[in-house]
Design a protein around this ligand. Sequence first.
Ligand SMILES: Cc1ncc(C[n+]2csc(CCOP(=O)(O)OP(=O)(O)O)c2C)c(N)n1
Length: 676
Amino acid sequence: MIAPTEVQPASKEFWLRVARTVLTSRAIDRIEEQEMTPKGLVTYQFSARGHDLAQAILSEMITHPHDGATCYYRSRPFVLGQGLTAEEAFRGSLARSGGMTDGRDIGVVHLLRRRERGTVLPASGDVGAQYSPGAGWAQSVQYYAKTLSDKNYEGAISVALGGDGSTATNGFWAALNIATTLELPMLFFIEDNGFGISTVSDFQTPGKNIAKNLAAFTNLELFECKGYEPVDAEKNIRAAVEYVRTWQGPALIRLEVPRLSGHSFVDTQSYKSPELRKTEESHDPLPKLEAFLTKNLISATEWSVLVDEVESQVRGASDRALAAPIPDTSIVTKHVFSPEVQSSEEGPRSSAPGPRMNLQDAVRKVLEVELEANPKLLIFGEDVGAKGGVHGATVDLQIRYGADRVFDTSLSEEGIIGRSVGMAISGLKPVPEIQFRKYADPATEQINDCGTMRWRTLSKFSAPMVVRIPVGFGKKTGDPWHSVSGEAVFAHTIGWRIAYPSNTDDAVGLLRTALRGDDPTFFFEHRALLDTSQARSNYPGDEFTLPFGKARLHREGTRATVVTWGAMVDRAAQAAEGLDVEILDMRTIVPWDKEAVLKSVKKTNRVLVLHEDNWTCGLGGEIAATISQEAFTCLDAPVERLATADCPVPYNTTLMDVVVPTVQRIREKLEQLVVF
Ligand SMILES: Cc1ncc(C[n+]2csc(CCOP(=O)(O)OP(=O)(O)O)c2C)c(N)n1
């Protein structure tokens, strides 16, 4: 490792590029702060004044084609250094076309597909959400280089930029655990301005100093410097980047920086004393940079020429951005999913019927086939490695495919999904397992941001992954923690497809479609169906796929239709015995097959929507509303619903049977419905 004191002085060209980035960032901030925001043209202005020098220096060192950076709203100087133009920056903050998101996202939520330097992964509005995708990128880099032996990835790194406030978030700790346990090439770049909006950093980490507090952390190299002093910052940032780039392990650098403007434009900083404001002004890195350059590398005249040149370039960029059109309104709802989500093709079944399998073995078989077919596919989660998963769906896969491809993770769902985001953006196909539906809760932020990524970035970025989750009550028991179905919450989460198979055949087809697809997908494995005779079927073959959004006619009938999915399909079938009732198994929740539902209802004129998820705002409400609106004149009875009561699933099975729809209660409903 080179110590900061041993770092060779940087070249004149290096410093001139740094100066250009800092001056450009300053000019953009000034025009936004003094002209555009007061006029109401920019709504979200997060000035980088004070943070700019350190970021510009860092950006000069993130130059490997496979470097990845995850950043936050104050990271514009860094992104300018990576190739964002001033005009694109203005177009972004003005919400005009030609910005990074064409007015979909606020200009400071940065992203940049690789130009000449690294890739800036899509940022998030959520503080701390940048870290675990950064860890995923770092793990990918190692996977490409070491497991896939792609030499192009050697020496690439991941860097995550964040403020002192962000070090208190779940995301920070999730990523720190991943990076240090796996010794990943990841740099945590912490810009400590002493405040998270108005909250002082004593509330973020005891004694204010995150680097000091992490001194005992194994596998973490620490650096600290004044991010506003050109030489001190450059030496320390270089030493930290060098440490990570030589793949000695992760590092964290804490840079003291002044926040010279309010948190955002509307923040008056009334909580700062005049003395503190004065101290912060004295730490302004721009005069320090000017002094350093004019003393050592260029004349005062050359400095003035550079300032004027940048000023006029930025002014030109601002004029052009102000003249840019508003984005195209006709495509605002496009880019939520990949175009292939529309596919209605079914893949071929094998010519001879395969062995009869339960749903769990079929899932394992599909994972095995796809691991074999796609070297970029990785399977991971809590206990999925050596044990093979607490439900057994990944048994022996680690033995066959190695611990680089099938592995245990730290116990952090935020980390599991966040890491998957970084991996997916790097081109891998992550297939994480969440142990039970309820335990996806800590990953909510990453799930939401992943789902909106394609739309936010106009398909410049997306993070396709398949999240397998055992759901629903068990064969012998329920409970509030392991027996949650919960598809409605995910159906409400933009950008995610959901498969909810009721049997082996569908599970094979839908899982393979998801694994070969290009959208984030939840794949629900119902606990009570993992090993039951009703769900078993013959394995349909290694190329069999099923389209999403195509329901399956489970049973034909003419007097009423039951629209259902998952474990309720079999309960409905038992309940309908001897009755002339049609059962539609939806198979996928997003998209759901509206056409098939309407067709069946128009035939039977009566319908019961049945689900295991709880009643209020369940998908049944959506389906019922659609039927009422689009098949009203065909109905001979009110649209009926049956769902789990708005109450947690009880442990005691007698209690559970009062809450979750049973065969008997479904039967009663159907008997009433067919004679209505
Ligand atoms: C998850 C989440 N909680 C709260 C917020 C609101 N918020 C935005 S910025 C911020 C302070 C962040 O401070 P810090 O990480 O130190 O960065 P700085 O703004 O000081 O550069 C807060 C609370 C948010 N964006 N995301």
